[in-house]
Design a protein around this ligand. Structure first.
Ligand code: FMN
Length: 381
């Protein structure tokens, strides 16, 4: 599958997915201003071309989340990613393994950590929430460790789930079985429906050990109500004390909060507004990156997600202080559009674009990018 940019994968996914899932992926909370802000923030920066440098080779390898990777981005955790096409997460994990980038597995993954960790050569990070029942959280840590996973991503920006208008209109999370409207929408999207139903009705395989319901929607509702809104920094200290491996905290948008993560012993801060699905209006994730990078003084790793769609976006975030970026919706679109081939085209396309931007900027690796940093950018007036 040739790469024609993320927008082409998005258009194709919109055609393939029944409305309830298309809206679930594309949507944000409240006004969806934050979803738009994440994209617009990248338009404010340009990369200055530099010439007469030997750029015949360009190496994108980088270490982040506790291991070495061939590309400076990760597949961000997406709940229900496996609904985009049959065995969706498994296909994404195979691409991540062969391309040499890490995949973060959502608590709400259709395929379990156990299934995904059997993909040869894959590097996974397990995304967790601290549940009201700490026994479940501890068990997820145990499972991650038994699967050979060395990195946990604790998501902290979801103490509540705000109104997401598109989901509310579709009854997403309130339905226990599909309505007539949804059945019609499935009938008019036969490629998706035939593919998914061949494997039977999907469930959240990653939560299967905890008996949270008989259907996917029941599981989703019960698990969402397990997310503990009483969490404080003490609970992060608790997690730090029970998880000896690499710890990343996801959903940080404030320099003071980033410093508190550093103090609690997290090795990575993931700057994210959950792709505009939580606080609305929140600042774009890119706009808070410089302040957070200054506060952390290079002592704690930074990953940024939200609106990264082009190689140039990734380069901009790296120049402003991130070690890597996370890609969210694009890998869901890629799965819906073309399964494993779609994700392969996304990942190789983004890698090629990053290489193009680096070389035209006179750089041959990420070390040269970081040594120039902000100096290689100009604000767009
Ligand atoms: C459909 C969807 C499901 C998501 N599920 C999760 C999740 O289960 N856990 C989590 O930490 N973040 C979740 N996120 C947030 C993403 O990890 C990431 O922060 C966001 O998608 C990045 O923005 P982007 O989609 O513009 O790339 C989800 C995002 C989307 C779009």
């Amino acid at each position: 599958m040739n790469h024609h940019g993320v927008a082409a994968l998005h258009r194709q996914a919109d055609r393939v997915l029944p409305r309830i899932f298309r809206d679930y992926v594309n949507g944000g909370s409240h006004s969806e201003r934050t979803v738009r802000a994440n994209r617009l923030a990248f338009d404010r920066w340009a990369v200055v071309p530099k010439c007469l440098v030997d750029v015949s080779d360009c190496d994108l390898s980088a270490s982040f989340l506790g291991s070495f990777h061939w590309l400076p981005f990760m597949l961000a955790p997406l709940g229900f990613g496996g609904l985009m096409c049959p065995d969706g997460e498994l296909r994404a994990a195979r691409v991540a393994a062969s391309a040499g980038l890490p995949m973060a597995v959502s608590t709400f993954a259709i395929q379990s950590l156990e299934t995904l960790s059997r993909v040869p050569g894959v590097t996974l990070a397990a995304q967790i929430y601290i549940f009201r029942d700490r026994g479940i959280t501890r068990d997820m840590l145990r499972r991650a460790e038994e699967c050979g996973i060395r990195t946990i991503i604790l998501t902290v920006d979801t103490p509540i789930t705000p109104l997401r208008l598109r989901d509310a209109r579709n009854g997403f999370r309130n339905l226990t079985r599909p309505s007539l409207r949804h059945l019609l929408s499935m009938a008019t999207h036969p490629r998706w429906t035939a593919g998914m139903l061949r494997n039977g009705m999907p469930k959240i395989g990653n939560l299967a050990p905890y008996g949270m319901g008989n259907t996917l929607m029941e599981q989703a509702r019960n698990a969402a109500s397990q997310i503990d809104p009483t969490l404080t920094w003490k609970d992060l200290e608790w997690l730090r004390s029970v998880w000896p491996g690499h710890l990343a905290v996801k959903g940080i948008m404030d320099a003071g909060d980033a410093l508190a993560c550093q103090k609690a012993g997290a090795q990575t801060v993931i700057i994210s507004n959950h792709g505009g699905r939580q606080m609305d209006p929140a600042p774009s994730s890119l706009s808070v990156l410089p302040d957070i990078a200054e506060a952390l003084k290079g002592e704690t790793e930074i990953i940024l997600d939200g609106g990264v769609r082009w190689g140039g976006d990734a380069v901009t975030a790296l120049a402003l202080g991130a070690q890597a970026v996370g890609i969210g919706r694009p890998w869901a679109w890629a799965l819906a559009a073309g399964g494993e081939k779609g994700v392969n085209s996304l990942v190789s396309g983004l890698g090629d674009e990053i290489r193009d931007v680096l070389r035209l900027g006179g750089m041959v690796d990420l070390a040269s990018l970081w040594s120039q940093g902000r100096a290689m950018l100009r604000p767009v007036s």
